[in-house]
Design a protein around this ligand. Sequence first.
Ligand SMILES: [Zn+2]
Length: 298
Amino acid sequence: MSQTKTQFVATEEWKSQQKEKVKQTLEKLVNVITSDHVVDDITKVIIKGDRPCDSWSLRNKLLMLSQGTTDARSFNAWKAVGRYVKAGSKAIYIVKPYNVPIQIEKKNEKGEVIGKEEIYVFGGFTFQNEFKYEDTDGKELAYKKHDELPDLTTVAKKWGYSVEFDDTHDQSAYGYHDLQNKKIVLGVREKFADMIFFHELAHAAFKKIDPEAGALYSKNIILHKKEETIVQLSACVLAKLYGIDCEGFTQEYIANQIHTKNLKTVANAIGQVLDRVDQVVNLILYERQAVMKEELGN
Ligand SMILES: [Zn+2]
């Protein structure tokens, strides 16, 4: 018995269709990032909960949102939870990188060729079809409700930071964090203090995620500005979750960091740091949950 496999051949027509699809996808993404509700959009999709898209990049989640849903899954993934895709529904898509095998020479310690080895290298991008929740029917899904957000200082404390107020400093310093002495110092009070606290906490998270980059970023002025962009955007998303609007301040802050008045340039800077913002916000929210679980366990 033999099995026949249809070999996929990339025709010129297929290639040009893919190219057009990539172009449209990028345009969609640029539209999301350059819109004035970018922080709103990020806030809607950034929290990891119980959806398969939790494992996607923030870019893909924004792409999903721009196609009209906050929960998209494959045909079979819907089937697995007792829902089916309605007849005639069109798939939406996200972008996935794919790898291709290449043969390389395998060498021994002396550098002599002893054979061949197959390794996988980045081959390009492809599309993954997904169906919107809105285009499915069937068993009701019990989405996890997000808990009331408690004070994030518990996260700072878990990481060994003390949080202090000191408004005796020069007016231009809203706050700072001291990595060595494990201190977050806030120079302002009330609502604005929350946002500054989120900013300093995001610095702490950024350094936790990648200590090497953290050290490098503080030495290099351009990288430092990039860190400020990541951190303020993360703070803005956290603030939004807590019902504090600071998009205007954030936009201005990032614009000042990169010395521009052009909002497209700001949007571009935001687009470049999305993955890091995703990591920073989710690390903080994850730790918050861990602290809550520990408290419940005691
Ligand atoms: Zn900062």
